[in-house]
Write a protein that binds this ligand. Structure first.
Ligand code: GYE
Length: 341
């Protein structure tokens, strides 16, 4: 009987949410609820990614009124899908997804939608027919990055009087199927066709230094005429430089004298920026990782009942220490090059 009574009291407490004896009664400050955000980060492959994670952690602190639950997908979509399902079960207020690749998100986004949880996509995009499956996206225009970088190569080699037919490029791609890879790979493929450069090969270096080095080692064995390496991020470029130097070759923009010109994207890693100052990397297409405050702003506007822009593109520059190219033009728009000193 005693046990039964105790059970009844407990159930009543659970139902009414009553406090235990001795607990404080409602304090308005304490009542202030944290907004819970489930963040599925895709991994930790690069310095860009680390900066991106750090930016999210800094934006979504308790002091700012948030509880952030972050899950690392370790480059696997299946892990990210599991994370999203866990967020749904935990009834978070918002889900933020940095997707590893573009395809295959329909089902889980449908589940989040049915649960009434807004999903904000950050960095890479998702490819879904029904755009209502996510609230909005914020990130970079990767196709534009690729076009700006290749316009830089075109302008630079033209200024040097190099015949386009003498340009032999290899592309060390990012994670296949990711928006950043798709946009940047399209850049070099299209420009090679347009300007008559030889694109010898496109192989993924998975955005890491180790894979970048391995792929470059392989390329150096198979192709002896390479004079441009188009790396789809800085970490790959660092690996490429190691491979080139280990093979007794030099990186730099003097391709007429046997140097191998290295290009890359991001501009986050300090060593890569220093290498750009030294012309070991001749051009870096900037990619900004600091999305934390941007995502927070989106959530703040949703909290106010506003409708954020569906797609928010971040402005980006391109970095080089070579002053032959001051600006590049894409679709009639001029983009100044930030000259590194
Ligand atoms: O360029 C690369 C990272 O998706 C923009 O992913 C991002 C890319 C970034 O690993 O370094």
């Amino acid at each position: 009987m005693k046990r039964f009574l105790l059970m009844l009291i407990c159930m009543a407490c659970l139902l009414t949410g009553c406090r235990g004896i001795g607990e404080k009664t409602s304090d308005p400050e304490e009542e202030k609820q944290l907004i819970t955000v489930g963040f599925s980060q895709l991994g930790a492959e690069s310095d860009w990614r680390k900066a991106n994670t750090e930016s999210m952690l800094q934006a979504f602190t308790e002091e700012n009124g948030y509880e952030l639950i972050m899950e690392d997908g370790q480059q696997k979509q299946v892990n990210q899908i599991t994370a999203i399902r866990t967020f749904i079960q935990r009834e978070v207020d918002y889900i933020v997804l940095a997707p590893v690749t573009e395809e295959g998100w329909e089902t889980v986004l449908e589940e989040a939608k049915d649960a009434g949880i807004p999903v904000i996509i950050v960095d890479r995009q998702v490819k879904v027919k029904d755009k209502d499956l996510f609230t909005c996206w914020v990130g970079s225009d990767f196709a534009l990055e690729g076009r700006k970088a290749t316009e830089w190569l075109h302008a630079f080699t033209r200024a040097q009087g190099i015949d386009p037919a003498e340009i032999n490029v290899v592309d060390i791609q990012g994670t296949l199927g990711s928006s950043a890879q798709i946009g940047r790979s399209a850049g070099i493929l299209d420009a090679s066709k347009k300007y008559g450069w030889k694109l010898l090969a496109q192989v993924s270096g998975e955005y890491t230094q180790a894979r970048g080095r391995e792929v470059m080692n392989y390329f150096l064995k198979v192709y002896d005429q390479i004079n441009v390496v188009y790396c789809e991020n800085d970490n790959e470029a660092l690996g490429v430089i190691e491979a080139v130097e280990a093979a007794g070759r030099k990186v730099g923009s003097d391709i007429r004298n046997g140097e191998i010109l290295v290009m890359s994207f991001d501009g986050v890693n300090e060593t890569a920026l220093q290498f750009a100052r030294e012309d070991k990397i001749s051009c870096i297409g900037e990619c900004n990782p600091l999305h934390g405050p941007r995502v927070r702003k989106i959530i703040e506007s949703l909290e106010k009942g506003e409708t954020p822009e569906k797609y928010e593109y971040v402005d980006e520059s391109i970095f080089s220490s070579l002053d032959q190219v001051q600006a590049v033009e894409v679709d009639g728009e001029s983009y100044p090059v930030t000259l590194l000193k």
